[in-house]
Design a protein around this ligand. Structure first.
Ligand code: GDP
Length: 508
């Protein structure tokens, strides 16, 4: 088995409160990363208080380590990447999903598919990321399992295959029957937790009928269909009471894909390629706000990384020596000696590494497919103290580099526009402007509703600019962007300018 075959790099997608934090904890506990579990909880609580963002900032040490959680079971190394679980959506979340090979979708058995689950699911689908479904909280009264399974199938247009079944729910809950082994995991003790006892349970006629229906009424599991993103195996369980967690880990080991080849300007790069390549999917400011040191999270695509290795970031063009990389190991944040395809490395830097950068030993490849997303909220940035223009520009450049916001510099007028996909990003922007750059800024309504990246020949772009100067801006990289007043505006201009493409994402 090649080393990359032993890696499973995945994320958990869910709506807030479905149980992601609890499940994460349980996965880490079973994988032996026990002391991390408390940290996950600490962060889970902290992140609820949205206005308390500065507190989260103070706990950056925690959030840096829990951005990537690595645990081991058997021969397999699991890399679990945290997708921030705010109700609002951030680009961070999207981008993290570009760095995983599969996802676990956690659904609350009483609530079914909720809005954020669906959004995150769509991002996974865009990239054909295979999904294992975990229907959580079966220790409580919930909807009928059939109802939930059918909702997943209908709402997400996926084939669903139940792999286990709750024997009763809520007050009548007697355990979870695993179809593969025919054994039911049994609640024990006052807390009615799963402590390891599995038996062949004698089932009542009602339950037997139900299970027959469940096994007959859904397609058969096919690993190809799952890996293709067309089918999801569904496990019932309770993260809180530990039901279904071991089965879930087994499922990831057995079914979830090892590191996949990644698209690049040179075609697909295989995880078996010998030299090191990877891409930065996230940049996080480090603990000390006085020093602008950051950690760039690189997903390894190929090769074996060794400490001190020289890698060339695509944005820089000359090699940097990676002396003190951070590997996110089960027991602690460790200085990494080696890392394989599928692993994540934290690379400390002072702003040289940007989200979307490729790093490689030979500087001969650029990964594609790490997009910027058309912002859904646009705001004008106004300064309380107009002499701080320079600081503001620097701050906006920095923060857009980090992926906190996108920034647009209009062709006409001096007021800069920031774009985000979720409200939370704006809160973070204001608080970081103040704390780190001593800039007090206000956000004002912008006349624009969305933005599209423009592509076309110079002549076509110039022609468009002649008529639409007041709707044109440049992004952080100097690329032209059409600032639209409405979706209608976009389609109107698209029709009138067939030589131009109006793109809702920008790949770097
Ligand atoms: P997150 O927002 O998705 O990370 O959700 P949490 O893991 O923080 O869980 C939200 C709430 O649901 C907490 O009060 C948990 O204790 C509770 N919870 C999580 N899993 C279960 C479960 O399996 N059964 C029950 N009854 N409650 C659960």
């Amino acid at each position: 088995m090649s080393k990359s075959n032993t890696r499973r790099t995945f994320a958990i997608i869910s709506h807030p409160d479905a149980g992601k934090t609890t499940l994460t904890e349980k996965l880490l506990l079973q994988g032996g990363a026990i002391h991390l579990a408390g940290e996950v909880k600490a962060r889970g609580q902290a992140r609820r208080a949205r206005s308390d963002w500065m507190k989260i900032e103070q706990q950056r040490g925690i959030s840096v380590t829990s951005s990537v959680m690595t645990f081991q079971k058997g021969d397999i190394t699991f890399n679990l990447l945290d997708t921030p679980g705010h109700e609002d959506f951030s680009e961070d979340t999207y981008r993290t999903l570009t760095a995983v090979d599969s996802a676990i979708m956690v659904i609350d058995a009483a609530k079914g598919i909720e809005p954020q689950t669906r959004k995150l699911f769509e991002v996974c689908r865009m990239r054909s990321v295979p999904i294992i479904t975990f229907i959580n909280k079966v220790d409580r009264e919930g909807r009928s399992p059939f109802e939930t399974l059918d909702e997943v199938a209908d709402a997400l247009a996926l084939d669903v295959v139940p792999m286990s079944w709750p024997v009763g729910m809520g007050g009548t809950f007697k355990g979870v029957l695993d179809f593969a082994s025919g054994l039911t995991s049994i609640p024990e003790g006052d807390s009615r937790e799963f402590l390891g006892k599995r038996e062949k349970l004698a089932l009542s006629e009602d339950v037997t009928d139900e299970i027959e229906l469940a096994q007959g009424g859904y397609p058969e599991f096919s690993i190809e269909a799952y890996r293709h993103g067309d089918m999801t195996p569904a496990y019932f369980g309770s993260a809180l009471k530990n039901f279904g967690v071991a089965e879930l880990i087994d499922a990831i080991s057995k079914f979830a894909p090892p590191p996949r080849p990644q698209s690049s300007d040179q075609g697909e790069v295989s995880p078996d390629r010998a030299d090191v390549t990877g891409f930065v999917f996230k940049v996080q400011a480090n603990m000390d706000p006085q020093h602008r040191d950051r950690i760039a999270f690189m997903r390894m695509v190929s090769g074996t990384f060794r400490r001190g290795m020289k890698l060339t970031p695509s944005g820089l063009g000359k090699p940097i020596a990676v002396h003190s990389p951070i590997l996110f190991f089960a027991q602690d944040r460790e200085i990494a000696d080696t890392a394989e395809a599928g692993d994540i490395i934290g690379i400390p830097n002072h702003g040289t590494l940007r989200v979307g950068d490729t790093l490689s030993e030979r500087n001969d490849v650029r990964f594609t497919g790490l997009p910027n997303f058309a912002p859904e909220i646009l705001r004008r940035v106004a300064l309380r103290d107009p002499t701080k223009t320079k600081q503001l520009r620097k701050a906006l450049d920095d923060l857009s580099e980090e992926g906190v916001i996108q920034v647009f510099y209009p062709e006409i007028g001096a007021q800069w526009i920031v774009g985000v996909v979720g409200q939370l990003q704006l809160d973070v922007l204001i608080s970081r402007l103040e704390a780190e750059y001593k800039v007090e800024a206000m956000l004002e309504a912008s006349p624009f509703d969305t933005a599209r990246w423009l592509k076309g020949t110079d002549a076509a772009l110039k022609n468009f600019a002649d008529f639409n100067k007041s709707n044109l801006a440049k992004d952080r990289d100097g690329d032209p962007v059409f600032m639209a007043r409405s979706a209608w505006d976009v389609s109107y201009q698209q029709e009138r300018n067939p030589d131009l493409t109006f793109s809702a994402t920008k790949e770097r």
